[in-house]
Design a binder for this molecule. Structure first.
Ligand SMILES: [Ca+2]
Length: 445
């Protein structure tokens, strides 16, 4: 087993974690809700760190060693998209990836990786922009966006997560480099969530618009190892999963700029009004709902839901050591946790929503890309306005027709006029029809 240092504060904890992992992998069966399962999409990855879904359906995967890989039509392409030169010691390496909001036209990708030491110059983390030429990087296309602080000898707490906000700014999670005091110092990038323009410059409307280069790019501070960031579709709310030290894993709402999340002076819930508490925190320990490191989170808010409606809108998150997925309902004032899956493949990271409506994550331990499958009802909805009998109208590629054995699980209202001339289909919230695989759908007229 490779190092677990990225997630563990001490060697003592490390051995405790290994104990949990052994217990988890060999003593606990995989449990998932009815009709859910795990499918291995790709294997043979080398310490995968992030998976991102492109609008064309491809999945881009970073490997810690600097390789960027592509999965197309369910196949891991043998030729890497790119091989970056990185320092991959400890938790360093190629550990972040975001696609340009206009990727379909710009072909820009943004990566976060550790530049190796160069003579007396220490290693540091870097954000660069790459340009795709099909399934490989356009040669010579790397443009450095931002170089972060020189790193100390500590190889852990590098963060690396990057997401574009609804404001088209790039948000970047940067770890504290294992020195907690960095997180409260606004004049270093370390221990922060940054907000930058895609060219690396500081937006004028950032919360600290004057001062040092770092200060002008700080969006949120007081974080330890903000391993993953997530933007909620439609609302644009920004959530930060901060890996904790000894006791708590945090999910923080960083939608508002300038917040201080307390590290290293507070962890988990604090009574100090200077610090913003997490919207949810879970304790360290063994079992479902507790763990050692929050390594992924994604809103299940797809264009096309392929899981049951009860999951739509939920925040799904994962723990590295205890191999579970839980969900949060964040729609109210208090986050409501629900159990979901336990005993999953080893050491999950990088939970993300695919454009196909499925959740994906990486098994850091086994080098696999996994898809959370659902084999119950399939979802079918209209993907454009038009005649309901046009097959291309329906996301499932199958025109619902009057017939037998039909199941309608969600009401649908057709526009006025004879069915064949119905020009508008109004769907319920969530816009979904569901019916059993292979059945035909009768619309009730
Ligand atoms: Ca905190």
């Amino acid at each position: 087993m490779m190092t677990l240092r990225w997630l563990t504060p001490s060697s003592r904890s490390c051995w405790l974690l290994i104990g949990w992992l052994v217990w988890s992998r060999f003593g606990v069966a995989q449990t998932l809700p009815p009709n859910f399962g795990l499918a291995t999409v790709a294997s043979g990855l080398s310490t995968p760190t992030v998976v991102v879904s492109a609008p064309d359906g491809r999945l881009f995967i970073t490997e810690q060693n600097g390789r960027l890989r592509v999965v197309r039509n369910g196949n891991l392409l043998p030729t890497p998209f790119a091989q970056l030169t990185v320092d991959a010691s400890g938790e360093r390496g190629l550990i972040g990836l975001a696609l340009d909001p206009d990727f379909a036209t710009t072909a820009y990708l943004y990566v976060y990786y550790t530049v190796p030491a160069n003579g007396p110059t220490p290693p540091h983390n870097r954000i660069s922009r790459l340009t795709a030429a099909g399934d490989v990087m356009l040669a010579g296309s790397e443009v450095v966006v931002l170089d972060l602080d020189p790193l100390s000898g500590a190889t852990n707490h590098n963060g690396g997560s990057m997401v574009f906000g609804a404001d088209r700014k790039l948000y970047v999670g940067v770890g504290d480099n294992a020195f907690g005091s960095n997180a409260q110092n606004l004049d270093t990038y370390l221990g922060k969530v940054l907000r930058i323009n895609p060219d690396g410059s500081a937006p004028a409307d950032n919360p600290f618009p004057t001062g040092s280069a770092a200060r002008r790019r700080v969006w949120a501070y007081g974080v330890r190892n903000p391993y993953t960031l997530t933007v909620q579709p439609r609302t644009g709310r920004l959530f930060v999963n901060d890996v904790g030290q000894e006791t708590w894993e945090e999910i923080n709402d960083a939608t508002t700029g300038g917040l201080n999340f307390g590290w290293p002076n507070a962890e988990g819930m604090s009574s100090n009004p200077a610090y913003t508490n997490p919207v949810y925190a879970y304790a360290h320990g063994g079992g479902d709902g507790v763990g050692c490191a929050i390594t992924g989170g994604a809103f299940y808010s797809p264009a096309l839901a392929v899981y049951p409606a009860t999951y739509v809108g939920r925040y799904v998150y994962q723990d590295f050591c205890n191999n579970w997925l839980n969900t949060l309902d964040l729609s109210g004032t208090t986050a409501i946790r629900s159990a979901f899956a336990t005993g999953l493949n080893g050491y999950g990271v990088g939970l993300t929503l695919g454009t196909d409506g499925y959740l994906y994550f990486l098994s850091w331990g086994t080098g696999a890309l996994l898809r959370l499958t659902y084999t119950g009802d399939v979802a079918c909805r209209t993907n454009q306005a038009g005649d309901w009998q046009t097959a291309g109208l329906w996301s499932c590629g199958q025109a619902p027709v009057s017939g037998v054995r039909s199941v309608v699980r969600h009401a649908v209202t057709l526009g006025a006029g004879p069915p064949r001339q119905a020009a508008q289909v109004n769907l319920e919230a969530g816009g979904k029809l569901s019916f059993a695989v292979g059945s035909q759908l009768r619309l009730g007229f």
